[in-house]
Design a protein. Structure first.
Length: 240
């Protein structure tokens, strides 16, 4: 069964995800950092460091949102970063951040569907995504598109929530995710569904080795999973 934010609506998952992120875009960055106690900064840094040795010049950031991962990728000194997202609300916030940084010449944010990228095949040294592939309407289709636009020999790095498996962290995490996070998210964002969808989507998402199987189906090889912070989050690396 497909997990969607608004169960009383008949719109597709893609349409509902776009609506949800438009609704929460003004508070998204605050909630993201507050609800993770700032650990999300560390997660992004770890993921981007994995690409340092490869020195990618062209980078595509899938489901870029407000551009945090694209901004972190500036540390790799690329010549061009393109961020793609379906939410205009999130992109508007991201464009303001990039403008303030004076990096409009390097980072370009575009409206687009991650499962149907209007980009040439084999055109990026690296493709990255943070906390976005979980929202794909079709995970395999989205990852296959990411592989298509990656250059031969290029690398894909996906950062995504996963499920802790060790006691007692698993139990504490599940309690926080199911009962605390949705309440805070609802109060701040004014969207009752968005932060209920988050834990539901994480529970339904194929993490760990299950994700690697789909990753490989999409065309990536030499794949690996790197769990972070007791398994709350994982980095998935694949080569084309």
């Amino acid at each position: 069964m497909t997990v969607v934010p608004y169960k009383d609506k008949t719109a597709t998952k893609r349409e509902q995800i776009a609506e949800m992120f438009d609704n929460v875009s003004s508070n998204y960055d605050f909630l993201n950092h507050f609800l993770s106690a700032g650990i999300d900064f560390y997660w992004r840094k770890r993921a981007i460091k994995l690409l340092r040795a490869e020195k990618p010049q062209t980078i595509l950031d899938i489901a870029t949102g407000t551009g945090d991962f694209a901004i972190e990728a500036l540390k790799l000194n690329p010549t061009k970063i393109i961020g793609v997202d379906i939410s205009e609300g999130m992109l508007a916030v991201g464009r303001e951040k990039i403008k303030k940084l004076g990096m409009k010449n390097v980072i370009e944010l575009r409206t687009g569907d991650s499962t149907n990228l209007l980009l040439e095949s084999n055109s990026f040294d690296a493709v990255i995504a943070s906390f976005g592939v979980r929202n794909f309407e079709n995970l395999l289709a989205g990852l296959t598109e990411m592989c298509r636009v990656t250059k031969s020999g290029g690398t894909c790095v996906v950062l995504e929530f996963s499920k802790p498996k060790t006691f007692p962290f698993k139990q504490l995490y599940n309690f926080y995710f199911r009962y605390i996070l949705p309440v805070i998210g609802r109060i701040v964002s004014k969207d009752a569904s968005a932060y209920t969808y988050l834990p539901e989507s994480v529970q339904a998402f194929p993490d760990g080795n299950d994700f690697l199987k789909v990753y490989e189906q999409a065309g990536f090889k030499n794949t690996k999973c790197i769990p972070l912070t007791f398994g709350i989050c994982s980095i998935y690396v694949g080569k084309k």
